[in-house]
Ligand binder design. Structure first.
Ligand code: BEZ
Ligand code: FE
Length: 287
């Protein structure tokens, strides 16, 4: 190792890890070292730049708490999370999209047709559709777990000090024998990702905003199927073409239209809606 230089160091570092030959860990570690070292050589990284990166990561760690994970936010705004979502979408299945920080396990189970909006102001929309297998057949008994921001762009979990219930505006539904899900809610408004930390500084340095296009979150689960985490967006809404975390995909944009009972079918709804949003989900079999 004595005659190590900028061209031989990569192999030397790789060899220094006694990883299991042919393992996934070895593959990922070697690739990461290859790319990191190539990046360093290609950019002629200076000491100042190197330290700036390390201090940036240090600051991300410093501001992180169990509720606030600045590294995930970093991954989101540089399209790393979106890329992982894209790569892990199975052919024919609904495209995956950002989980975000506000998912809660054990949201309340709701009957189909229930209303999530309660007393909130704003147009009431029925969200409905069918959950299908990639081969086309409906999936009865599939779990549709949903959560969202409200008509002011806030998740109730962020407003607990003001007396909001963290489980508000979320629910777990089970599709009926025709694979249908349906419920009413209010449409969420655009929402900002936190910008009071190092990721915010990065956004400002790149003259970027921190707004997310309005969206509904979904996690779909079904026996023998691959769990699908995704989001549904709405046509003609703000930030649909420049979502801060690159969550929008063409296939995930739904259309909100005035409610017409004959278009929705005979759905027993707790409240009469003003608008409707039809969105079908497609699930792939588990690997
Ligand atoms: C969200 O969709 O709620 C979200 C996503 C990424 C960062 C922050 C929030
Ligand atoms: Fe969200």
């Amino acid at each position: 190792m004595r005659d190590i230089n900028q061209f031989t160091i990569t192999e030397a570092v790789k060899k220094s890890f006694r990883t299991e030959e042919g393992s996934r860990f070895e593959f990922l570690l070697h690739k990461m070292l290859d790319h990191l070292h190539d990046f360093t050589r290609e950019t002629n990284l200076t000491h100042d730049e190197w330290m700036r990166v390390l201090n940036f990561l240090y600051d991300c760690g410093k501001i992180s708490t169990p509720e606030r994970h600045e590294f995930i936010l970093l991954s989101d705004v540089i399209g790393f999370s979106a890329l992982v979502d894209m790569i892990n979408t199975r052919g024919g299945a609904t495209e995956g999209s950002n989980l975000g920080p506000f998912y809660l396990e054990n949201a309340p189970t709701k009957e189909l047709g229930a209303d999530l909006a309660g007393e909130r102001e704003g147009a009431l929309v029925v969200v409905h559709g069918i959950v299908r297998h990639i081969l086309g057949q409906p999936l009865p008994g599939a779990i549709v777990d949903t959560w969202q921001a409200d008509g002011s762009g806030t998740y109730p979990i962020q407003e607990q000090e003001r007396g909001q219930d963290k489980f508000d505006l979320r629910g777990i539904f089970k599709t009926d024998e025709q694979g249908r899900y349906y419920y009413t809610t209010v449409l969420p408004k655009p929402y900002t990702v936190p910008d009071d930390g190092p990721v915010g500084e990065l956004l400002r340095a790149g003259k970027r905003h921190n707004w997310r296009a309005p969206h509904l979150h979904f996690m779909l689960r079904a026996e023998g199927m691959r769990t699908n985490v995704t989001e549904v967006f709405f046509e003609n809404t703000q930030y649909i073409d420049n979502d801060a975390v690159f969550g929008v995909r063409k296939s995930l944009i739904g259309k909100v239209e005035p409610y017409k009972a004959d278009k929705v079918g005979d759905l027993p709804l707790e409240r009469k809606p003003d608008a409707m949003l039809h969105f079908d989900f497609v699930m792939a079999p588990a690997d």
